[in-house]
Design a protein around this ligand. Structure first.
Ligand SMILES: [Mg+2]
Length: 457
């Protein structure tokens, strides 16, 4: 079969007026279409649609660089949106979408989501990586959005329908000291949250999840001889059990407490910390180890029953499948656009269900409202949903993205609209251009030990 035969096969269903009920071409290259769907099929009568354009929209409301992909179709006015946000390398993703995926995919049948994903995956021969996968994610989510709009159903219906009315959220709570964390936790509880992630500052340290306490006076890139953002594990490891002890004694046992180590400690320290926190029954402890140390999760599992959440940096199935199949983690924290979108994420969710792992997709502010809407669609339809990372988008971001999912009483609610239920106001988005390359956030790669050793991350 030469290239023209294959392309003929790909488009034969659309040419025949069907929805891609295709069989391989018969000997001699003639494409053969299988039987039409029955007359009462919802599919019958839908016109064939092609991808006519793929574009990116870069916007930075609330100073977060978001990359949105818009897939236009041959039906006037019908388009889909997807999130391709790799905020640290936004323009590289833009190039991958517009210079490479766009010409590769124009003319393709919008209904062939899986094949578009699989063919895009090998389209650059060299696979994987956050740039390619974020670019593919933008297209993939947009195609699910389009399919939902065509079916006149929210995407969660296409994924199996609701298992729950809304998704439980966790609130981000931090403080410069333990007392301030308690105060902020009480405020979150008063807003209806039943799950809170707690991060406490360490004096003189640039502690993850809290305000940097030794903010440099300029944005100079630091090096081994001039550390500006300093972090050491000792004080952190001594403080964290005190934080949990204090919060349990003051807030009680009913509130669910979460914490993100953010990979900054050594394997033996991670084992010890998990054992020490066990008596405070945390909801989960996140990323006690970096991906490079994932084989050490065996040690934590052998010595502690603390629930482990892991995975926001994972990119390929070779990284996360062993931890899931080995029953070494309890919550998968994958960033959906970092693995290529909703199509691979629904497979991960199904895999996790069989191994007792719940979903807790990574969802800070650099997962756009479109990404949160896609996560929510999957969460509503996944029996093994665990928790949704709560991020309350600023009013200007919500204005750019009409249909941003609603937070109420500690839950995230979907908009009951076809597709992902979210849109973008492109004129408003243009009022928040991405202007500051290099990035807003200079801390990645610049936080170091006192002796100048860079830390991860
Ligand atoms: Mg994290």
């Amino acid at each position: 079969m030469d290239r023209r035969d294959v392309l003929g096969w790909m488009s034969a269903g659309a040419a025949a007026g069907g929805l891609g009920f295709l069989s391989p071409p018969a000997r001699g290259g003639q494409a053969k279409t299988q039987e039409e769907p029955p007359a009462n099929s919802a599919a019958r009568g839908l016109p064939p649609l092609k991808i006519t354009d793929i574009s990116t929209i870069l916007t930075a409301p609330n100073r977060v660089r978001l990359v949105i992909v818009k897939v236009s179709t041959s039906e006037p006015g019908l388009y889909g949106l997807g999130c391709a946000t790799f905020t640290q390398r936004a323009r590289v993703v833009q190039t991958a979408v517009e210079k490479y995926l766009r010409p590769f995919l124009i003319g393709r049948d919008v209904d062939q989501i899986e094949d578009i994903w699989q063919s895009s995956y090998v389209s650059s021969y060299w696979r994987n990586g956050p740039v390619l996968f974020n670019a593919m994610s933008g297209v993939d989510m947009a195609l699910w959005d389009i399919k939902g709009k065509r079916a006149n159903m929210p995407v969660y219906q296409l994924l199996g329908g609701k298992c729950r009315f809304a998704a439980h959220l966790y609130a981000h709570v931090s403080g410069r000291d333990i007392k301030q964390v308690e105060d902020n936790a009480r405020a979150a509880m008063a807003r209806g949250y039943r799950h809170i992630r707690v991060q406490v500052g360490i004096p003189g340290m640039a502690t993850y999840g809290t305000r940097v306490t030794n903010e440099p006076t300029n944005r100079e890139v630091i090096g081994p001889t001039n550390p500006r953002y300093v972090w050491e594990p000792g004080a952190y490891l001594r403080t964290l059990p005190k934080l949990f002890e204090h919060l349990r004694s003051t807030l009680g046992d009913e509130i669910e407490l979460l914490h993100d180590v953010h990979e900054r400690i050594a394997p033996h320290q991670a084992v010890g910390l998990c054992k020490e926190l066990e008596k405070y029954h945390p909801f989960f402890i996140e990323d006690p180890l970096p991906p490079e140390e994932k084989d050490h999760f065996h040690l934590i599992r052998q010595q502690s029953s603390v629930p482990i959440a892991m995975g926001e940096l994972f990119n390929t199935q070779q990284e996360y499948v062993p931890l899931i199949a080995g029953r070494l983690i309890d919550f998968i924290r994958i960033h959906i656009s970092q693995i290529g979108g909703l199509s691979p994420a629904r497979k991960v969710a199904a895999l996790c269900e069989f191994f007792g792992v719940k979903t807790a997709w990574h969802g800070p502010g650099d997962a756009s409202p479109v990404a949160h809407a896609a996560q929510l669609a999957l969460e509503l339809a996944s029996h093994n949903f665990g928790i949704h990372e709560g991020y309350v988008f600023a009013p200007e971001t919500r204005a750019v993205f009409p249909g941003t999912p609603e937070v109420k009483d500690g839950y995230l609610y979907a908009h009951e609209a076809p597709g992902l239920g979210i849109d973008i106001d492109e004129k408003l988005a243009a009022k928040y251009p991405v202007t500051d390359d290099p990035p807003f956030d200079f801390r990645w790669g610049t936080t170091r030990r006192r002796d100048g050793t860079v830390i991860r991350p």
